[in-house]
Design a protein around this ligand. Structure first.
Ligand code: CTP
Length: 398
């Protein structure tokens, strides 16, 4: 959602200034425009040439150069967000008292847009009462202070005070300032990932689902304004945005219970999880020993979550299912759409080399209740999520 936005990046004198190069790269890659301004001290840590080349804009350092004046007022008005990263102890102190002896401070004091700062200091400095008081003053003035991280510090010590990573900073800016309002006031539930059906205390039956598709849909709905609850089976993923509410489950039964309990409050439910169709009839409380050549495990059918939600669904709720097929794809998908009372069904074909478990790309065809067919090219799961959410937006009449 950063595309087309304007970010004013202020860099101050700190070893962490090298990370500002990556911040500029990420902003440009996201399709946003970035203008860089630096304090004179920052020049010792990172080159203006690198930053101007990457940002495609002249880097400004001085308030005035001979006969030209850097229009700090207009810089602050131009930007949608001003980011100061890294924020040094010295600039923090000056910001908190309203000092104005360089361009970064002048732009900060005249900025009409939100201001975000990412401090970077050594732990002892960071914990000093004066610094903490100044941070509080900055927050009280309405600025957003990004939490420092813990790790290796420039002093060689290990502790708190590291500037947040560039990806975290950009994600936070997106989340705080650039969420759309398409689904504002709507609640959405998304299921994702596999389920693990326990055999004994150390073994389970699972599947290859990575959860990427479901997580991407949850993130897209969230960035388009919905309040999102992600019911996730076991995956290594964490949602990109901290505002997404996550309910972690293991088994199909746990996923069923979680979904049934929250579905009544939901406006939209997208069932992207690869839920086990069968579970273990008798879970062994002890580890099963390999005494025999063959081991029989009895499986029993799980509850179909989507089908149950389809039965509970009222007129103001919109339900999206997935269908993973290897044969008679369209026919099976349409049959699932009807039998489970979904509003849309997203068909993935396992025959498609670009689709399926663990891949970063997917190729889907979506059917609605009137059997209209919407076909899409193979693309990244992030872009597929955008297509699915866009179709939900078109089909769901509020
Ligand atoms: N699903 C579910 N609960 C289950 C099994 C599946 O909610 N116990 C949901 C999936 O999340 C998906 C849809 O049903 O949205 C279709 O899943 P799929 O595995 O394609 O089909 P099944 O209904 O399991 O049927 P089959 O395995 O026979 O194709």
């Amino acid at each position: 959602m950063l595309a087309g936005k304007k970010i004013l990046l202020g860099i101050t004198g700190s070893i962490a200034a090298y990370k500002a190069i990556m911040i500029v790269r990420l902003i440009v890659k996201a399709g946003a425009e970035v203008k860089v301004i630096m304090t004179p001290a920052a020049k010792d840590f990172v080159s203006a040439l690198t930053l101007s080349t990457l940002s495609n804009n002249k880097v400004l350092i001085n308030l005035a150069d001979e006969d030209t004046w850097a229009n700090h007022v207009m810089l602050g008005r131009w930007a949608d967000v001003m980011l100061i990263a890294p924020l040094s102890c010295n600039t923090l102190a000056k910001m908190s008292t309203g000092m104005c002896d360089n361009l970064v401070l002048a732009a900060y004091l005249s900025a009409t847009c939100p201001v975000v700062v990412a401090p970077a200091m050594d732990e002892d400095m960071w914990k000093h009462t004066s610094i903490q008081n100044n941070i509080r003053k900055l927050e009280l003035a309405g600025n957003t202070v990004i939490k420092v991280g813990k790790g290796a510090l420039a002093s060689g010590l290990y502790g708190e005070g590291r500037m947040a990573e560039p990806e975290e900073i950009i994600t936070l800016i997106e989340e705080l300032f650039f969420r759309l309002t398409t689904f504002k006031g709507r609640k959405a539930m998304v299921t994702a990932g596999p389920t693990y059906e326990q055999i004994d205390p150390v073994r389970f039956v699972g599947n290859h689902s990575s959860g990427k598709m479901g997580y991407a849909i949850a993130e897209e709905l969230y960035m388009r304004g919905a309040e999102v609850t992600l019911v996730s089976g076991p995956t290594s993923l964490t949602p990109k945005f901290s505002g997404i509410n996550v309910k972690k489950v293991q088994s199909a039964a746990e996923m069923y219970t979680a979904c049934i309990s929250i579905f009544p409050e939901m406006d939209i439910a997208v069932m992207a999880a690869a839920v086990a169709d069968y579970t273990i009839a008798d879970i062994s409380t002890e580890k099963i020993k390999k005494n025999e050549n063959f081991l029989d495990i009895h499986l029993t059918k799980t509850k179909d979550i989507l089908k149950n939600l389809g039965e509970l669904k009222n007129d103001r709720q919109f339900l999206v299912g997935f269908a993973l097929e290897t044969t008679n794809e369209k026919e099976n998908a349409l049959q699932k759409l009807k039998s489970k009372n979904a509003d849309l069904i997203v068909l993935n074909s396992l025959k498609d080399v670009e689709a399926g478990f663990g891949k970063v790309t997917n190729k889907v065809t979506i059917f609605d209740k009137d059997e209209n067919e919407f076909s899409y090219e193979a693309k990244s799961k992030l872009l597929v999520a955008k297509d699915i959410v866009e179709l939900i937006h078109k089909k769901y009449s509020w």
